[in-house]
Design a protein around this ligand. Structure first.
Ligand SMILES: [Zn+2]
Length: 411
């Protein structure tokens, strides 16, 4: 049992360090790490998060901690930092991405100002999720300043390349490949209203339908001897896939949710106004529930398309991320809930959340992971993003409490 006196001390130290933490969070926001790429375009050569990683690395070192740079290249380093004894029973990962979505169109404020006004810190990534990164660093600082010696091992992970679809091999996946594991993990994606215990998955594909090109003035076309309109065939495909039912088992983390296929989300075809189109390309997006796989979905789609006479098409997989959920009775979930109640005075919802992130990588490596609980803010993946500073301070305190309560302290 951790004494309430220690929690009071932690709270006082978090508050004492908070102006320093705010400046640090602001510096992280000023360091542009917008990641505009799609998963296929991600490159080890583009130093998107390098500046942010250096700020974090240096700050951890200044606390006497031993951060390391680990990544596919010198330009895309993740920062990993262990804290705790050599021999330990329990371990916990705090994981957060250093890249941000690109500034949305319509920003009326400087997207990288890091300005503080009326209790809010502004700029791209303030909420998603540089505020949370500062909370990891200053939760540890609060414990160091409180004289805490952990009984278990804390693993801080500051990762690269999450924004292009939560499916990169450079970030969390890379660290798992290096054998970095723990018993549990938290990803501090924004919002204190929900402790996220799962994410839906996704499958994205490209479908190309082939026809036969011919000039529309030709007799052979008129007599239906030659030519086939690829766009017309694509229209048949669209109708066939409309309302495609994807079977699924109900999941506790996603009450009243179901898988959904949206097709097409993007389409193009045809070359000139007087030619029969030889090709039509369309994209589809499927939101998945736990247990659904891309392979199943593809079989169901192919079955539907088999009913269209003479159809010629090609399928290309663009992305697959499985849906994951963890048990709401996991100790880490209950601890987060308890300490949120004590610090913020309300009980967060415990459920799965819509968009996925790197959590599935950890969960599929048998690490129960909270896929979202972090400081409140607004405008992420939108405009004029900000994080609420009061919420940031409280969440830092919650993280610090959960670290000591879960890992324990050495007397
Ligand atoms: Zn995020």
């Amino acid at each position: 049992m951790i004494s309430s006196r220690l929690f009071q001390r932690i709270s006082a130290v978090v508050s004492k360090n908070f102006s320093e933490q705010t400046s640090f969070a602001s510096a992280l926001v000023r360091e542009d790490s917008e990641n505009p790429y799609t998963p296929e375009q991600s490159s080890p050569k583009t130093p998107i998060e390098l500046g942010v990683s250096e700020l974090i690395y240096e700050r951890l070192r200044s606390f006497g901690l031993p951060p390391r740079r680990l990544g596919v290249s010198k330009k895309r380093p993740n920062v990993v930092c262990y804290w705790g004894p050599r021999r330990f029973r329990k371990s916990m990962i705090l994981n957060g991405h250093m890249d941000t979505a690109p500034a949305g169109e319509g920003y009326t404020l400087d997207p990288h100002s890091g300005a503080v006004r009326d209790g809010k810190l502004y700029g791209v990534g303030a909420a998603d999720m540089k505020g949370a990164l500062s909370a990891y660093v200053y939760a540890v600082k609060a414990l160091l300043d409180s004289g805490v010696a952990l009984d278990g091992r804390l693993v801080l992970e500051f990762t690269v390349d999450e924004e292009p679809g939560g499916c990169s091999e450079f970030g969390t996946s890379y660290l798992l490949g290096q054998g970095i594991r723990a018993r549990v993990a938290i990803i501090g994606e924004p919002g204190t209203d929900t402790i996220s215990i799962g994410t839906r998955g996704g499958y994205r594909f490209k479908l190309t339908v082939f026809g036969e090109a011919i000039h529309t003035g030709r007799r052979a076309w008129e007599r239906k001897e030659m030519g086939r309109n690829a766009i017309l065939d694509m229209a048949r495909v669209i109708i066939a896939l409309e309302n495609l039912e994807i079977p699924f088992k109900p999941a506790r983390a996603f009450q009243r949710r179901s898988p959904v296929l949206t097709f097409p989300t993007k389409i193009s075809g045809g070359v000139s106004i007087s030619s029969v189109p030889d090709k039509c390309v369309a994209y589809g997006d499927v939101r998945l529930m736990p247990g659904n796989s891309d392979k199943q979905v593809k079989i169901w789609i192919r079955e539907k398309l088999a009913g269209i006479p003479g159809l010629r098409y090609e399928f290309e997989d663009l992305l697959f991320v499985p849906s994951v959920e963890i048990d709401r009775k996991e100790e880490i979930v209950e601890l987060l809930s308890t300490h949120t109640k004590e610090v913020l005075g309300f009980a967060p919802k415990i459920e799965g959340s819509g968009p996925w992130n790197d959590a599935w990588m950890l969960v599929t490596h048998d690490i129960p992971t909270v896929s979202g609980f972090g400081p409140d803010g607004e405008g992420h993946h939108g405009v004029n993003e900000w994080v609420d500073l009061e919420s940031l301070r409280k969440v830092t305190e919650i993280y610090a409490r959960v670290i000591v309560e879960y890992l324990g302290v050495r007397e």
